[in-house]
Design a protein around this ligand. Structure first.
Ligand SMILES: Nc1ncnc2c1ncn2[C@@H]1O[C@H](COP(=O)(O)OP(=O)(O)OP(=O)(O)O)[C@@H](O)[C@H]1O
Ligand SMILES: Nc1nc2c(ncn2[C@@H]2O[C@H](COP(=O)(O)O)[C@@H](O)[C@H]2O)c(=O)[nH]1
Length: 264
């Protein structure tokens, strides 16, 4: 079951979000650039060295939301972990859920575990960027950490299902890059769920049914990757991230860099 946010507020939310983000990082960018150049001049740094400092100056960019969705068991968690291990500028959004912790899952590391009452209170207080029900449990993305990361130019990775991706795209259309992972086949998917050894037969049957439903939403995503060979999949996801980072619209500091570049 899906619980949507008020649709008519989406435009206003988006506008406010962008305004807040830019207002937050633009002054810092100009202060940093100004201090750097002024310090070079004050120190009598020769022109060519000053230009080197300017070239090394990071170019301001806005962070992006890399959403990794898939049928349960297709490999979101494993691929996310592998990507995070090699991408220091990428952080994982920690969701809240009413699901019980699995063995070895830790509060605040894998999820924020909530009672249904606590979760509903967070919904009422507008604390979620998106939230949805999956197999009878509630899942949601806390808003504050994501907004702060994006404004600071950091990328955030989301391991969420299709309803969450759809809401994220509605709320942050400029920021979301959606990837859908597919298993090579349904028997492979079931074998992966069983091989993981974390779910009962009943839970596996429920996840296989949910998988069929999830897969019907494949065409809502920007990128589709079939997770056959694990390393190839991680490489494909990494390439998508790197390409998205270099998109012109995500680099608002590029105009300043070009101006400095052409100024010699
Ligand atoms: N390319 C692959 N080849 C073989 N096994 C894989 C591959 N990718 C992931 N797996 C394995 O499949 C199992 C399920 O993967 P994972 O837990 O990452 O899926 P998930 O999409 O996060 O599932 P869920 O949504 O149910 O939490 C794990 O045991 C994982 O090691
Ligand atoms: N819409 C959201 N979906 C989420 C979120 N966090 C996780 N999920 C998805 O739920 C299912 C089940 O997860 P599991 O940990 O119980 O296996 C899976 O598809 C996750 O991607 C969220 O914040 N929002």
């Amino acid at each position: 079951m899906r619980r949507d946010k008020g649709g008519e507020n989406d435009d206003e939310n988006r506008k406010r979000h962008w305004e807040r983000s830019y207002v937050a990082f633009l002054p810092n960018l100009f202060i940093d650039m100004g201090c750097c150049i002024a310090q070079c001049k004050a120190d009598g740094v020769p022109g060519h060295r000053r230009r080197l400092v300017m070239a090394l100056e990071p170019i301001a960019r806005r962070g992006l939301c890399l959403v990794l969705a898939a049928a349960p068991g297709a490999g979101k968690t494993s691929v996310s972990r592998a990507l995070l291990a090699t991408e220091p500028a990428l952080s994982l959004s920690i969701s809240a859920t009413t699901r019980a912790p699995r063995p070895a899952e830790q509060e605040g590391v894998h999820y924020f575990f909530k009672t249904p009452e606590q979760f509903d209170a967070m919904v009422t207080q507008g604390e979620f960027l998106e939230h949805a029900h999956f197999l009878g449990r509630a899942y949601g993305t806390p808003r504050a950490a994501v907004e702060a990361a994006l404004a600071a130019g950091h990328d955030v990775l989301f391991d969420i299902e299709w309803q969450g991706h759809r809401q994220m795209k509605a709320n942050l259309p400029e920021d979301v890059v959606g990837i859908f992972l597919l298993p090579p086949s349904l028997p492979d998917l079931e074998a992966r769920l069983r091989g993981r050894g974390q779910d009962s037969d009943v839970e596996i049957a429920r996840r296989m049914a949910a998988a069929r439903e999830e897969i019907t939403h494949w065409d809502e995503f920007d990128h589709i990757v079939v997770n056959r060979d694990f390393e190839t999949t991680v490489a494909a996801v990494r390439s998508i991230l790197h390409a998205a980072r270099s998109e012109r619209r995500r680099q608002p500091g590029m105009a300043g860099f070009i101006a400095r570049l052409l100024a010699g």
